[in-house]
Design a protein around this ligand. Structure first.
Ligand code: 5GP
Length: 342
């Protein structure tokens, strides 16, 4: 549907290596034929489902294909161009810096290369503003988390405002947030915005309560925050009191089987309350989706009108980690584009 594609959109929850499209995968596979990786190993097609654990194995396969500066530059530029082609006007990309001993890739070069891709797209005149969130993979523990925060802080202070925050992600069944708390507190104190995956699986209530005390600036998924699914009213109240926006990824949660079906997605719970809820893709490559499609799915599943959808995409601007002047520019862009969309 043209409306959803033309709709100006904000994407706030996109993992770089999960966002790699089919055509980009082809290029990566051609660069590394010896790995014998096929598409079925890097994407979950329509109608297919995997356990969350299987999803995390997919990322390991993709990481084998993306392990040089050249790969990262290509992947990041392709992903940015694809989001722009889908009508995304502001994108916060997130990615976990990696050292790859075999190729000489370092975490610092990793971040620099993503930022280089962002700058090249800007210079090419691609109609999208992009910012970067440095990601912590919880699997790697407290020490790496602290190193990552220091790296993110350095980039935040020394570059042109492209690094705006920190993401906490990775397999939610591994490790405990309490070990990562010192790193997250440090990040918060130095001015990095925090986008944390919280209550993505049912067993994380204690961790969620602990991390909500920070408080984070946005919550990824938050699938099991509310009482009906084993969360708690206290937790919901805390999220509401602090007005912490949720990043909601419908297809990701359905394909990863943390949500039974679209109609049972917790989007409904938060949206009905009028709580800031931002529709996002999570991993458009792995889950074979794009942001237009996610908006359309939200509309068809929950009976939202075009006007509701417009408001939803417009309200996402206030949930970004963009500086105030950029938020104002984006709001103006929405006003200018409205006649074209309706
Ligand atoms: P990258 O950080 O390498 O650009 O993107 C892939 C990584 O993002 C994964 O290895 C994982 O740490 C994180 N990630 C992607 N999708 C999800 C998700 O749905 N849940 C969680 N917790 N982490 C994810």
């Amino acid at each position: 549907d043209l409306f959803y594609r033309e709709l100006p959109k904000v994407e706030l929850h996109a993992h770089l290596n999960g966002s790699v499209s089919f055509p980009t995968m082809e290029k990566l596979m051609a660069r590394k034929p010896h790995l014998n990786i096929e598409h079925g190993m890097t994407a979950i097609r329509s109608g297919q489902r995997r356990t969350l654990d299987e999803c995390f194995r997919v990322f390991k396969v993709i990481h084998q294909l993306v392990d040089t500066e050249e790969d990262i530059l290509m992947v990041a530029k392709d992903v940015i161009n694809e989001f722009a082609a889908d009508g995304v006007k502001y994108l916060e990309l997130r990615s976990t810096p990696r050292d790859e001993i075999k190729t000489g890739l370092t975490k610092r070069r990793y971040v620099e290369t993503v930022l280089e891709a962002i700058r090249q797209c800007k210079n090419d005149g691609v109609d999208i503003d992009v910012r970067f969130l440095v990601a912590i993979d919880r699997r790697n523990g407290a020490e790496v988390a602290m190193e990552t925060v220091k790296l993110a802080e350095e980039f935040m202070l020394s570059t042109d405002g492209l690094v705006v925050g920190l993401d906490l992600s990775g397999d939610p069944t591994v490790g405990h947030g309490k070990d990562l708390l010192p790193a997250l507190v440090k990040a918060k104190n130095c001015g990095l915005k925090l986008a944390l995956h919280l209550s993505e699986v049912p067993s994380q209530l204690e961790e969620t309560e602990l991390l909500l005390a920070l408080p984070p600036d946005r919550i990824g998924h938050g699938t099991f925050l509310h009482p009906a699914v084993g969360g708690s009213q206290t937790v919901v109240d805390k999220v509401v009191e602090n007005n912490i926006p949720l990043e909601l990824c419908l297809t990701s949660n359905v394909k990863g089987q943390t949500v039974a079906c679209y109609s049972e997605h917790h989007f409904q719970f938060w949206y009905q309350m009028g709580h800031p809820s931002v529709i996002c893709t999570d991993d458009k490559g792995v889950f074979c989706t794009d942001l237009s499609r996610e908006y359309q799915l939200a509309a068809s599943t929950f009976g939202l009108t075009h006007e509701d959808i417009w408001k939803l995409s417009q309200q996402a601007i206030d949930c970004t980690f963009a500086p105030e002047n950029l938020k104002q520019q984006l709001k103006q862009k929405w006003i200018d584009l409205r006649p074209r969309v309706f």
